[in-house]
Design a protein around this ligand. Sequence first.
Ligand code: ZN
Length: 178
Amino acid sequence: MNYDNKYPTFSFRISKSQKSDLDKRALADSTVPSTNDMARKIITMYLKGELIEKTEDLQTEKVKLQIEKIKAEIKYLQIKNNYFETFNHPMSRRAEIAIKPQIIEQKQVFQNPQSPYDESNRRLQCVDCGILFSWKSQQEFNSQLQEFQRHLVSKHNRVKTEIEREVLIDLKYEGDSR
Ligand SMILES: [Zn+2]
């Protein structure tokens, strides 16, 4: 086996913005001497299974939470039934509330101080410059979400943070901005 067969060359075209993104990452990563090596590192990590797509992670996380919630609800119903069978009358409303499962879902992400979503006013705010993105209809909500993402790139020349990404995945239209 000659050298070319053992170590084949691999090349492909990417967009200008992907290239500049890679350049930046290569500069920030002291383990790689060049952008080319950065690309090789990413591909190697992916093939070794060390890179997992974030959306899948979130999806798995959500499913886990949903399962936990269902389990907690089943337990709650079992306690209620056991009470009824033991005492022959239903549990008081107060006792019911006390044992009702409190499952924390995606709420945390909306209440995180670095979250761009202002839950009480139903609007997005850029964490870099403070500009507001509000809406007066579902249609405007959809376009403002896109506007917000475009803003991060055009004004701040950066990709979304993890928390911004999560917010954008989970945020649903729940009414107009206040
Ligand atoms: Zn901004």
